[in-house]
Design a protein around this ligand. Structure first.
Ligand code: T4K
Length: 369
């Protein structure tokens, strides 16, 4: 049987390292509701990420829903069509209409020069995504938001640990939302977080994620259950001990792919800026018309040899039935995103992927030519 290589695989520390954390949970019998592991993970992540405040969540989607609630977002919100479906769904679950705006062909993120044209009298916020962990043009987005008095909630699901010269990319906008799903650079099985700028905002978010409960007899908001369990927080603590090594392994794989694929005709590698410390969470390539087969054929070919690449994010969110009717979903409004979605392929990248296997994948892509 041939070995399967998936687009990603969680970084699993030795089980022995996790057992003492489990023992502590068994001893104190606190399983959830802001327990000691949860508290410690918030402190350690705050320091590691270099952010003012962090609130842990049971997953990134509930964190997105809560961030929109916390900022009382209504009306229309401008977002990218090139993202995982949770981005747009979180808007609709808040009674907000997504307005899709086109992306930049080199970063795959919202193109700031297109945002102004998408603003309507109902627009209250922008929800950009740092797609694949590549930072958005945060300064340009901030300028537009200031000019039009809009809030900015970053879907930073892919952007764990990404920094520029001023510090964490998560410190831009009103709030940033992370995902700690099993497929992410840093995972807590399922999990997520909201980064907020001050203790008052964190308190509101923490209240909203705990049903809106203030004390035993007082509920002040229609909150939700967004709490991270102790077992997830414990796993996060163990993950954090290994995160720098895991990102370094990803960087090495990224470098190998880059050097191996750069001269293969018809394969385009996204431009890489050197202004940021990245996390190498995905390895996207574009399969251009001059490659001997189309993107879907290459995807199928790799699958036939046990390499499970993924077409993140095809189809565009705007093409799913619940969003197709929105005027901004028309492909003529989204030419760049539509073109990228038809060519994108994310190749396997994760710390345990051997350089030998990376070499095999490169050779296979090269052999087709
Ligand atoms: N915003 C953005 C921009 C996002 O990308 C996401 C999530 C969210 C918001 C929402 O955050 P969460 O609520 O999820 O925290 C995956 C993930 O489920 C999803 O978290 C992620 N984005 C999205 C981009 O990818 P699928 O449907 O592709 O996952 P799946 O199960 O096919 O996994 C991919 C591969 O990973 C598998 O082929 C094998 C490997 N895998 C997966 C899991 C779950 C493992 O090796 N172990 C595992 O436990 O959506």
């Amino acid at each position: 049987m041939k070995k399967s290589i998936f687009v990603t695989q969680p970084n699993m520390p030795d089980l022995e390292e996790f057992v003492p954390y489990l023992q502590k949970i068994w001893d104190n019998k606190i399983l959830t509701n802001n327990g000691p592991m949860h508290h410690e993970l918030e402190l350690r992540l705050k320091e590691y990420l270099g952010v003012p405040e962090i609130s842990l969540f049971n997953n990134g989607t509930i964190a997105l829903l809560t961030a929109l609630q916390a900022e009382r977002i209504t009306g229309d919100v401008i977002t990218t069509p090139f993202s995982f479906i949770a981005t747009a769904n979180s808007l609709v679950w808040n009674g907000v209409r997504p307005i899709f705006s086109d992306i930049d062909p080199s970063t795959f993120n919202l193109d700031p020069s297109k945002i102004e044209a998408a603003i309507t009298p109902q627009t209250t916020a922008i929800m950009p995504v740092h797609c694949y962990g590549t930072p958005c043009d945060v300064e340009a987005i901030e300028k537009i938001a200031d000019n039009y008095n809009l809030k900015v909630i970053y879907d930073a699901a892919h952007a764990f640990g990404v920094r520029n010269s001023k510090g964490s990319i998560l410190n831009y906008g009103n709030l940033s939302v992370l995902s700690f799903h099993a497929t992410k650079v840093f995972n807590t099985f399922e999990g997520g977080a909201i980064i907020s700028p001050d203790a008052k905002t964190k308190k509101r978010i923490d209240n909203l994620k705990n049903f809106g409960i203030l004390d035993e007899t007082t509920v002040v908001a229609p909150g939700i259950n967004g709490k991270m369990s102790e077992i997830s927080a414990a796993f996060g603590l163990v993950q954090l001990n290994h995160i720098d090594g895991a990102i370094a392994k990803r960087r090495e794989i990224d470098g190998l792919y880059r050097s191996g694929l750069q001269n293969i005709g018809g394969i385009t590698l996204p431009k890489r800026t050197t202004d940021y410390a990245l996390n190498y969470s995905y390895f996207p390539v574009l399969v251009e018309p001059d490659y001997p087969m189309d993107r879907d054929s290459l995807y199928e070919h790799l699958k036939s040899i046990g390499v499970y690449s993924r077409r993140y994010f095809y189809p565009l969110m705007s093409e799913f039935p619940m969003y197709r009717g929105i005027r901004s979903s028309d492909p003529s409004n989204l030419p760049v995103a539509s073109a990228i979605a038809s060519k994108i392929l994310c190749l396997p990248i994760y710390p345990d992927l051997s350089l030998n296997d990376v070499g095999r994948i490169i050779d296979e892509i090269g052999l087709v030519t």
